[in-house]
Structures are given as C-alpha cells and as structure tokens.
Design a protein around this ligand. Structure first.
Ligand SMILES: Cc1ncc(COP(=O)(O)O)c(C=O)c1O
Ligand SMILES: [Zn+2]
Length: 430
C-alpha cells in the first residue's frame, strides 16, 4: 500500500506529478544559470541561524560552516508564524511532488536558485509480509532509494547546493561514505558548479563511478571518512572550496528535515510511534527532530513524538556506546569497520544532537552485526520486493532486538527507514 498526499490518489497520478516536478526542475536549472537576468520569486522566511550548542545567532544570507564561537553546528531558524500563513496543510494538496512542496520552511531566498532533480515525496509502504514475519501489524518502510542518485542524501544535497549557488560558492567539497558523494556530484553538475569529493578507497565502486560520471573531482583516501574530512579541512582555503560536510554547513539538515514533514503528511498529520533510522552522521535524525518542532510551532501536530531509534553497525557504534554509557557526547569509535559504508562514521559532529533526540523521545540506540544486516537485505528483498541498502536493512535486526527486549510493542506503528539502494553494494552481497 502506498500512502500519498490523498490516500485515494493512485500510483499513476504520483508518476505524473513526478514528471511535472522534473519538467519544473529543467526550467529552474535554466534560470539558475542566468539568474542575474531573471526576476525570481523571493519566498524564504529565514530569520537567522542559531548555534545548536551555545545559541549564538548568526546572520542569514551568507555562507557559514560551524559556529564561530564554539565550533558546533548551526541550525536555520524561521518566522514560522509567517510561513504558516501560506504553508497550510490544505495548501499542500496541490503542490509539487517533491521536497520543495514545503517551500516556506526551506532556506532558499530566490526560486531561481533551487537545484532540483525531483528529490523527496518517496513512498511510505505498509510492509505487511515483513511485518507478519516479525510478528508486527503496522510495520512501514519509508523507501528513500527512489530519490535521485538512489538515496536520501539527495534531499540534503539539493538544499545545500541550492544555498551554495544562492550565496556564491562555486567549488564545493565533501567527505563521503559513498551516497552523499553521489548526490553532491549530481546536484553540483545540475547547478553548473564544481564538486570535490573525498572517499575512503574501499567505498562501494558504484558510488565512485557515479561521481566520476556526473563530473565530480574524486579523490580516494587510504582511511576513514574522518580522514577524508581532515584532508578537505587542510586544503580548502588554498583551493577555494566551500565545505559541505554533513552538519558542518547548515542546509543539508534543512533538506533532510523534509523526511519528517513528509512522514507526518503521508500519515494524515500524525506521527508514527517509533522511527528506526540507520545512523552515521545523524543528519536525517536531527533533521526530522527539528521538523517535528517546526510542525508543532505551526499548530500542525501536538507535542507527542515518535520514539527515535538509532541503528548502528557493531563494528562502528559510537552513538550506541555513548547512549548506553549515559554520555552527552560520543567518543571516536576505534578501528571502525562495517560493510554498511554509510554507517562507518567513527565520530559525528552532531553526536550531542542525536543523543538528545534519542533521550528526549524515550528512544534507544541499537547495534547489529554485519552478518545480521546482510541477512536482512535478503529477507526484506524476499518478503517485500525491495532491494535495500545494508544501512536500511540494519533496521530489521534492530527491530527484532527491541521486540525481544519489550521496547517495541507488536501492534505499534513503526517506520523503518530504507535510506538507499542495495544495487550500489553488490560487492558486499555474496
Ligand atoms: C544508505 C545510507 N544510510 C544511512 C547513512 C547515514 O546517514 P546519516 O549520516 O544521516 O546518519 C548513510 C550515510 O552515508 C547512507 O549512505
Ligand atoms: Zn556556538
């Protein structure tokens, strides 16, 4: 079952909407390339950026990385009362079928700068057969593999590249476990700007090839994503690169937060009871948590929140360790290793934000072995017909563990996030 903007709306209509969103994006790109001559619409309700740790305000309308006072991530703040005058739950019924439908709570000033390839508005599937196999009635899968470049990273990069274009950055750099690189390469190409991508040498080959084929400058590093980040930090000033590392620039979260808006909309303006999310840098989790606050401030939802569950691989589980130790920050995880390359993030700059959301929601953090998550790829495939990324598959053994521990009830509505496509990881499937 697919839940659309109106439940009655069928798949044919959805495809049509996607097609018209693509047509719009072609027009948008044309305008972006010559935007000085195009009078675009001004629509942002951004008031300022706020440090997530020390609350210092930073001016909107200029490029930012981390807070200049304390070095922590910045979050975008909006005049939500103003946004909600035109962005109403009703108004959404006739909007474009991508993440830019939430236009008033997106950071771009001028429509002409939106770089879109049709990201977002992905299916929310009722996984009946998989649910029955684990003894659950309301297991849902949010299938993010249907995004451009086949992962949820498209949302963050669409927002970040649009803002980079608007604020004048022309050379972007990011470390990537794979999927973020592919998304950055694609959106930079669509914007006509440079992408410099640093990936661990053992990143799945599909990710490397797609970056090359979409025109990015790719450097493979003997090390982890954190080493890739260090290399960018070392070279960026001399090279004139703007660093779009996750949570080190404020707009990828704005793209990812649309996951939260979309989930509420697809469920008829309710939130599920549990969200199970594979966590590396945690941008999606932090983004959804932010979306819930924004929606509550606009009067769309109440104060109830889903229990947020972070899933990590046992070979790289810094958040799980910190959660279990009761710590507010996570130490770097030594000798990080897992086939779920997106989860091989030994140290996340937003660690305290992830841990806050897990605790405030009454959630948990769960580690699963590579053996368990690889077996889950095949099980989800056989039972639901979805060839999911190992990161998304990791949610299944995590759900089983939580059922056993009595932390999830069998009749609760639980959303499993499939963040990417299994086809990119064929080396790992033996
Ligand atoms: C398929 C997939 N899932 C999950 C993640 C982790 O995402 P996040 O950094 O938002 O925690 C990644 C990151 O690379 C990924 O590629
Ligand atoms: Zn600060």
């Amino acid at each position: 079952m697919r839940l659309g903007p109106n439940d009655a709306r069928g798949q044919g209509d959805r495809r049509q909407e996607k097609a018209s969103a693509v047509a719009t994006s072609v027009k948008v790109h044309g305008e972006a390339a010559s935007r000085s001559t195009v009078a675009g619409t001004t629509m942002t309700n951004v008031t300022h950026l706020e440090c997530s740790a020390c609350a210092t305000h930073h001016a909107a309308g200029q490029l930012h990385n981390l807070c200049t006072v304390c070095g922590k991530p910045l979050l975008v703040r909006y005049d939500l009362a103003r946004a909600s005058r035109s962005l109403t739950r009703d108004s959404l019924k006739s909007r474009r079928a991508d993440m830019w439908r939430y236009r008033e709570v997106m950071p771009v000033e001028n429509d002409a700068n939106i770089v879109s390839l049709g990201e977002g508005w992905t299916p929310l599937l009722h996984a009946r057969r998989l649910g029955a196999a684990v003894g659950m009635t309301e297991l849902m899968i949010k299938d993010e593999s249907l995004n451009p470049t086949q992962s949820f990273k498209a949302r963050g990069m669409s927002a970040a590249v649009s803002m980079a274009l608007e604020l004048g950055a022309r050379k972007l750099a990011a470390p990537s476990a794979g999927n973020a690189g592919g998304a950055l390469a694609a959106y930079a190409a669509a914007a006509g700007i440079e992408a410099h991508i640093f990936m661990p040498r053992d990143t799945p080959r599909a990710n490397v090839v797609e970056c090359e084929q979409t025109g990015a400058h790719v450097t493979l590093i003997d090390g982890l994503i954190t080493d890739c980040g260090k290399e960018i930090a070392r070279r960026k000033d001399a090279e004139g690169w703007f660093d779009v590392s996750t949570l080190k620039e404020p707009y990828r979260v704005e793209g990812k937060k649309t996951l939260g808006y979309e989930l509420a909309e697809q469920l008829g303006w309710r939130l599920p009871q549990v969200i199970v999310y594979p966590t590396g840098g945690g941008t999606g989790l932090v983004g959804m948590w932010k979306a819930f606050s924004e929606m509550e401030a606009m009067g769309w939802i109440g104060p109830e929140r889903p229990r947020m569950i972070s899933v990590q691989a046992a070979g790289c589980a810094p958040i799980v360790r910190a959660f279990e130790a009761g710590a507010t920050h996570a130490d770097e995880f030594p000798n990080a290793a897992t086939v779920a390359s997106g989860l091989r993030v030994p140290k996340a700059i937003g660690d305290f934000l992830i841990l806050d959301a897990l605790r405030a929601s009454g959630g948990a953090a769960v580690a699963v072995s590579d053996e368990e998550l690889l077996a889950a790829v095949g099980e989800i495939g056989r039972r639901e017909g979805l060839f999911v990324a190992p990161e998304g598959a990791a949610c299944l053994p995590a759900i089983r563990k939580l059922l056993e521990r009595g932390e999830i009830e069998r009749d609760e509505q639980v959303v499993l996030f499939n963040t990417g496509a299994g086809i990119k990881y064929i080396e790992a499937m033996r």
